[in-house]
Structure formats: C-alpha cells, structure tokens
Design a protein around this ligand. Structure first.
Ligand code: 0GY
Length: 290
C-alpha cells in the first residue's frame, strides 16, 4: 500500500511552451512497479504510487522528448527487474542506472549492460537508504570497470565535504544528482555551493544533473529561486550537465509538480540553443549511448 502521505504524480500536466531539440533526453526519471508484477523491496523506506513504464513513455512523448535515462530508485532496492523490463521495452530509446549489491557477478552485470544499463547509483541520502560501507562501494566500482559504466551519486550539500575524497578515489566518470542538493536559501555564493563548483572545476570527470527545482525550491510551485544555481552550472560546465524531470517525483511533500512547467524552466537555465542542445542531446548521448 502506498504511504498515506505519499503524493502521486500529476495526473494532467500542462503541455510545455518550450520545444525541446530533436532527440532530447530526459536523463533522470524512474519506473515504480506496478507492484503486482514488480514488488517493492522489503527494506524500502517508502512505498510509492505505481508509476509503470507505459506512463513514463507516454509522458516522454507528451513533453516532446525522445529518450529516457531511467534510474533505479531506493524503493526497489537492488532488484532491478522493473528497470530492466522498461529498458527492454524501450530498446534504443532508453538507458538505465542500476543499484547493485557488491556480490553481483560479471554475468549479471553483462546481462544488464545488454539491456541498456550504463551506470550504477550510490545513494548517500540517509532518509532513503541504510549506510553501505565504502569498501562495498569500491568493490562495485571495480566490478563495473570492464563495462565502462559510470557512477551516479546522490547526496545532500552538507555531506559533500566528507564525501569528496571518496569521489576522487573512485577515479571514474561520476554524475551528481540534483546539483548536490544545495540549500537555495543560502545563495550561489555560499561556501557549500562553491565547494561543489570547485569540485567540478578540479575534477573533469564529475558531471551533474541540473534537475529537481521542485525539491530545492523554497517557493513552490515557482522555481525561480533555483534557476541561478542550475544556470551557473550549465554556463560553467556546458559539456558536463544533464537534465531530467525526476518523474514520478517520489517523496514530494510541498506540492505535486506539473511536468510541463518543469520543462519550461529549461530555457531559463540554458538560455541559448547551443546550451540546450548540449544539455538535452549531446551530453546524455555521449555519456549513455556511445
Ligand atoms: C529522486 C529523489 C528521491 C528518491 C530517490 O532512490 C530514491 O528513492 O532517489 C528523493 O526522495 O529525494 O531522485 O528520485
């Protein structure tokens, strides 16, 4: 049963005014269940509303996008069956980010690679997952090396200082979810966000998703307070940024985001056609399809 305070995704999003370039990729979204086919993990921290692949692919078309990068979410734990099923349906139109156990075998990884998985996700957000020892994560990083996969990391801004040495130790391409979750009330000049900018300046292997204004804003559903953060990243690192809807927006408390309105934030954070092309097409294609 879905948690009683869980907000389901928007039933009727607006059609965006912004027209995405041909081949645009929604590089952060999820599939949940349906629980009848793909049960949620016994150790999950929340039970979402089912958000099956058919709904995701219909939204992709409705928003004017062509492809998805589907990210395994914590409610499915290390059981990637719903993700793999969605990837097999989508074929060339989707790639995946899995969550795996350190005991995973090379054969299992190869099968996921064949289905379209191109990364693993390390989640450090305490409300979502139990702590995983660093040695276990390093073991996973070693196992995926032969496949050329990258690593997606999810953490909150105050945790970056402690995590930074570990991220360099991984010595591979890393994608940081949701801009490292800055506290937007502090402004772009605050030491926490500047630490994140410095991290990207000093390590050319670190990318980020300029996603999730709906989680970061203090003024929902107006996302203008988040725009300066995303725009600074897009303009400073135009070749290492990705964008995603974060559909179906698990664990939202303040409001249910309108996905069309989220798409309409794109021209504010990437104001030129050239930046939009990199953010929505060239960067995700280079990372996940080449
Ligand atoms: C997101 C954000 C969240 C959830 C997860 O794995 C997850 O369950 O990532 C969140 O609650 O902030 O990217 O979907």
């Amino acid at each position: 049963m879905m948690n009683s305070d869980y907000l389901p995704f928007h039933a009727d999003p607006s059609r965006p005014k912004f027209k995405a370039p041909v081949g645009a990729v929604d590089a952060h979204c999820h599939v949940f269940g349906p629980a009848s086919n793909f049960p949620y993990h016994p150790k999950r921290k929340y039970t979402p509303c089912d958000a099956p692949k058919e709904k995701l692919f219909a939204l992709r078309d409705y928003l004017g996008f062509e492809r998805n990068v589907i990210v395994q979410a914590s409610c499915h734990g290390t059981d990637n069956a719903a993700l793999v099923d969605a990837l097999e349906t989508a074929g060339e139109l989707a790639r995946g980010v899995a969550v795996v156990d350190p005991a995973i075998t090379g054969e299992e990884l190869k099968a996921m690679d064949k289905a379209g998985v191109r990364a693993v996700r390390f989640n450090f957000v305490k409300r979502l997952v139990d702590f995983t020892p660093r040695e276990a994560l390093l073991a996973i990083a070693e196992k995926i090396k032969p496949l050329g996969w990258h690593i997606v990391v999810y953490f909150e801004a105050p945790d970056l200082e402690e995590l930074a040495p570990f991220l360099s130790e991984l010595n591979t391409t890393i994608v940081v979810d949701h801009m490292g979750r800055p506290d937007v009330a502090k402004g772009v000049d605050h030491a926490d966000f500047q630490r994140f900018i410095d991290l990207m300046k000093n390590n050319g292997k670190i990318w980020t998703k300029v996603s999730c204004p709906e989680r970061l804003t203090q003024t929902p559903p107006n996302y203008s307070d988040v725009v300066p953060f995303a725009r600074m990243l897009v303009e400073t690192f135009p070749d290492r940024v990705l964008w995603g809807t974060d559909w179906p927006h698990p664990n939202m408390k303040s409001h249910v985001p309108d996905d069309g309105k989220l798409v309409d934030v794109i021209p504010e954070i990437a104001p030129t056609a050239e930046l939009q092309q990199k953010l929505l097409v060239d960067n995700p294609m280079r990372l996940c399809w080449s």
